[in-house]
Design a protein around this ligand. Sequence first.
Ligand SMILES: NC(=O)c1ccc[n+]([C@@H]2O[C@H](COP(=O)([O-])OP(=O)(O)OC[C@H]3O[C@@H](n4cnc5c(N)ncnc54)[C@H](OP(=O)(O)O)[C@@H]3O)[C@@H](O)[C@H]2O)c1
Length: 312
Amino acid sequence: MKMLPIGKTGLEAPALAIGCMRLNKLDKPGAERFLKTALDLGLNFFDHADIYGDGTCESLFAEALGLSLSSDLRERLILQSKCGIEKRDGHIIGYNHSKSYILRSVDAILKRLKTDYLDLLILHRPDALTDPAEVAEAFDNLKNAGKVHHFGVSNQNASQIALLQKHWKEPLAVNQLQLSVTNCTLISSGINVNLANDAAIDRDGGTLDYCRLNDITIQAWSPLQYGFFEGSFIGSDRFPALNHALEEIGAAHSLSPAATAIAWLLRHPAGIQPIAGTMNTAHLRYLAAAAEVTLSREEWYAIYLAAGNQLP
Ligand SMILES: NC(=O)c1ccc[n+]([C@@H]2O[C@H](COP(=O)([O-])OP(=O)(O)OC[C@H]3O[C@@H](n4cnc5c(N)ncnc54)[C@H](OP(=O)(O)O)[C@@H]3O)[C@@H](O)[C@H]2O)c1
């Protein structure tokens, strides 16, 4: 399995991470089978969030793997979770980066995951009321208590990260962003700089380059989805040209179309770590093969264009 450095943490992680947002689709035996397959494939980086299944995804994960505070398995896993989206009675009531909320959330995450530390904690979405000095205090507290080893953010732009780094002096390790070939304004705005077309609109303040400049690993969430959770573009009749390109180029490398879409993300020199959301062991086996393939420049651009993205 191709490995990637995660920020400046010194951690080396598989190029493909496993997203656990949909884990509660499975029953316990199904989750056991799925997680065992992942580990057999060398995929030991798991992305969680406290809100996935309102905590049930984290609990099921720990139960299915038989995690406990004394479990030898824990050290073989890289566990990342997120907090900061506040829910009440199943509904999102706002975002919350207050110190007390972060500390409380991490304690609950650790309890559900049956572990005494997270390798990475990331803030799920920007909170308009964030006081970065208070976040830094929370991070400091968690780090000193040994509850979290490294920190990151999600869905944040370059200046939001810079603002947090003004107060939190350790380098943030990751920025998790929505990124797939059909959702790639992060990349396409940099190809269309200064043009009077929509593709030139910089929606994120140069976040891709900022993360590269600062060695922050970009994790791509929903790498096979179009829109905001509208569905997978794989096999979708909304994307005939893209599916044709993924099939044809994938066949040349013995990859499935979905794996080819993952290989497209991995080909970018930023060292992007896609987070796969499949809960299907066969799909996962196909996707893992993407890490062994490097698409050519011509193939990368052919897929980019087939998804409807523009070159000037
Ligand atoms: N930071 C954030 O704000 C944020 C937001 C959303 C998600 N995330 C993270 O990103 C992870 C991935 O998100 P996602 O689940 O939307 O990602 P995804 O990998 O783009 O989508 C997975 C979905 O696509 C389906 N799919 C259809 N055909 C497939 C194929 N051939 N191969 C693989 N999957 C196929 C899967 O179904 P099957 O299970 O049947 O394969 C599954 O329902 C989440 O688990 C979570 O950890 C983060």
